[in-house]
Design a protein around this ligand. Structure first.
Ligand SMILES: Cc1cc2nc3c(=O)[nH]c(=O)nc-3n(C[C@H](O)[C@H](O)[C@H](O)COP(=O)(O)O)c2cc1C
Length: 399
């Protein structure tokens, strides 16, 4: 396991990653390396950041029983997803700013995922293009924010299809965009308008300025949303009326039908927090739902995903693939979600922290840490493979 998932210690001089024992250690390095506004863009939640923290508390509240003296010499961490094997029931969620955490950050994340044998999701608003990321190989998914100008969205969908992306992940919980928040206060909202506050924060991190921003500018010019059509690609602008795609106020399940007709691969609906919506997603042709509260970034009063998971599983678990994200930081969180019926989980910030700490090596490390903890927990619980995880592992049989 350790050599496969990159958790092995290097000989000779220890690198900063060798001193990282959990995701929080990677987070601390990310905080040191990134300008404050970018770190908070990654790390923060919406409004008062309550949903973000509750996501953690909800997992922490659940306690487990150990099962002793089960032969654990032959444990398998892998599982089936859409009819073929993944090496770990984990995937990487779409996160728009990976390219501001590391040079070609999305490509580095995709390579880390391919190396670990797990899926990677490229965000609509990523800085590295879907064409470049396609070079990483592995199981690639493309996340879509639908725009008011549907035809421009469909062009991106068709591009992803022709590049062979396995799944289209349609995010349905952000249709209205973000509320004004700490990112505006920090001067780090997008498109980015140069301002003294943000520039001062960047100057305080000269290594980031050179290794990430300058090298990105040398490679591709000022950071751009390279998946967008040319008129919307600009991420940096002096104008406050720069053209940008508008969120549709009228997005409905009929849009999912149209995407289903158009998209030849797997269709995944991301941002479901309600059993009824999960059923509608299946009825409208989704192959999977992602139970997600967007990492606590959309609505601060949102229910946590582990709380709502059992209802969703009861409604559609026998008919579709159920995926969970938002708050996974430990292998123990992974076993809890799987025991309550999720088929796999995904992470947004953990691999971004790793990426900001040390590029692909850091993302490998984040996956490795989760894999090691997950393997150990399976063992503690007397389970040799993920199919053996069930609600009986909890201290009380229900949440
Ligand atoms: C910096 C950042 C950017 C994100 N951008 C997107 C995005 O463009 N599209 C999307 O569907 N979700 C986006 N998300 C949400 C993630 O896909 C995922 O749902 C969330 O991060 C999971 O929670 P976790 O970070 O606690 O693992 C973003 C999350 C972060 C942290």
């Amino acid at each position: 396991l350790s050599s496969y998932f990159g958790t092995q210690q290097h000989h000779g001089i220890r690198s900063r990653l060798d001193w990282c024992y959990d995701i929080e250690d990677l987070r601390r390095i990310a905080k040191r390396r990134l300008p404050k506004g970018i770190f908070q863009f990654v790390d923060g939640g919406t409004e008062d950041w309550i949903a973000r923290d509750r996501n953690r508390e909800a997992f922490e509240r659940l306690r487990l029983r150990t099962r002793a003296l089960v032969d654990m010499s032959d444990r398998d961490l892998g599982t089936e997803l859409f009819g073929s094997r993944i090496e770990l029931p984990l995937g990487i969620s779409p996160t728009g700013v990976a390219g501001l955490c590391w040079l070609h950050g999305e490509l580095a994340l995709a390579k880390a995922a391919a190396k670990a044998g797990i899926p990677f999701t490229l965000a609509t608003g990523s800085i590295t293009s879907m064409e470049t990321v396609a070079q990483a190989g592995g199981r690639l998914w493309f996340q879509l924010y639908l725009w008011e100008e549907r035809n421009l969205s469909y062009e991106m969908v068709d591009r992803a299809a022709s590049l062979g992306y396995e799944a289209l992940v349609v995010t349905v919980d952000q249709a209205l965009g973000y509320l004004p928040n700490h990112n505006d206060r920090n001067g780090f909202s997008f498109p980015f308008r140069p301002n003294a506050r943000a520039l001062t924060q960047m100057l305080r991190k000269p290594r980031w300025l050179v290794n990430v921003l300058l090298r990105t500018i040398l490679a591709t010019g000022t950071p751009k949303n390279l998946n967008y059509p040319p008129q919307y690609q600009r991420m940096v602008t002096w104008r406050n009326d720069a053209p940008k795609p508008r969120w549709p106020q009228d997005m409905t399940w009929a849009d999912i039908d149209r995407l289903r007709e158009r998209w030849p691969g797997r269709l995944i609906v991301k941002g479901v927090l309600d059993a009824h919506d999960a059923r509608l997603a299946v009825e409208h042709g989704a192959d999977a739902v992602i139970v997600s509260n967007h990492g606590g970034r959309t609505m601060d009063s949102a229910i946590t995903t582990i709380e709502v998971l059992p209802e969703v599983v009861a409604e559609v678990g026998d008919r579709t693939t159920v995926i969970l994200d938002s708050g996974i930081r430990r292998g123990s969180d992974m076993v809890k979600a799987l025991a309550l019926g999720a088929d796999m989980v995904m992470v947004g910030r953990p691999t971004l922290y790793g990426l900001a700490a040390k590029g692909q090596d850091g993302a490998d490390k984040a996956i490795g840490i989760l894999a090691l903890e997950f393997e150990r927990y399976l063992g503690y619980l007397g389970c040799r493979h993920v199919g053996e995880l069930g609600p009986e592992i909890f201290a009380r049989p229900s949440v």
